[in-house]
Design a protein around this ligand. Structure first.
Ligand code: ZN
Length: 241
């Protein structure tokens, strides 16, 4: 059973055409990674739209040839990216399983199980990732609690929808039947959405996204006018943003 999960990645990369620099892949990565961190799974929205970056799975310092290779780029929250740093396992590390899990290669749930709000490693790789990326940090434990409540309530809502959809019309008072039929039709449409994995995927993508970190079309213009303004003010050096 575990073998089957192991082989099923949860991130599928789109066929993206070659771009001149790695930062140009930003929006492709956001979509392909469900607007979520590749390592801790926090969504942009859960992170309140701050602190997401492009990570080089194999670090640029050791693998410069892969610097602009889409398959080597991951969408990561700032915290995971700073903890991962330039981790570059050698053959012996890889053999021992001391490698960072990539969700476009395998399913992380093969390596982890959830015990209340804490992750536990099911494999050496799982244990290594929990420690190396601090996957039981307080922020992620709290996030786990919020998600749990959300999933429990969505199950509750699904049950409610099912029971309303199964009510027979002759049990409804005659004067309310028209209204009931209308409501039932609406509810059944919603039920179809909840049961269709494709629809659920697109809903999840919408919920994970934070518009706060969408590319800023004005950025280049703003940087230029900032630089000019600071030069005019005789600032000796222009601090980087
Ligand atoms: Zn993260």
């Amino acid at each position: 059973m575990n073998e089957i999960i192991h082989k099923k990645p949860i991130v599928f990369r789109s066929n993206v055409e070659k771009k001149s620099k790695y930062s140009d892949y930003r929006d492709d990565l956001r979509v392909d990674f469900w607007y979520s961190c590749a390592y801790c799974s926090m969504t942009e929205d859960e992170a309140c739209g701050i602190g997401f970056e492009i990570d080089h799975y194999l670090p640029q310092n050791f693998h410069p040839a892969l610097s602009n290779d889409y398959n080597n780029l991951m969408w990561s929250c700032q915290k995971c990216n700073s903890l991962k740093r330039d981790y570059n396992p050698n053959d012996s590390d890889t053999e021992k399983g001391l490698m960072i899990i990539r969700p476009d290669n395998e399913n992380p749930s093969y390596h982890f199980k959830l015990n209340y709000n804490k992750l536990e490693g099911k494999t050496i790789t799982g244990e290594f990732n929990i420690v190396y990326l601090a996957l039981n940090r307080m922020q992620l434990q709290k996030l786990g609690m919020i998600r749990k409540k959300f999933y429990e309530s969505s199950e509750y809502i699904k049950q409610g929808i099912k029971s309303i959809a199964s009510i027979k019309i002759d049990r409804i008072d005659k004067k309310n039947r028209f209204l009931f039929e209308k409501m039932k039709k609406h509810i059944i449409e919603r039920q179809k959405i909840l049961e269709d994995p494709e629809s659920v995927s697109s809903i999840l993508k919408v919920f994970g996204k934070s518009e706060l970190i969408d590319s800023d079309p004005e950025k280049r213009k703003q940087l230029k006018s900032r630089k000019n303004y600071l030069k005019q003010q005789r600032a000796i050096t222009v601090p980087k943003l």
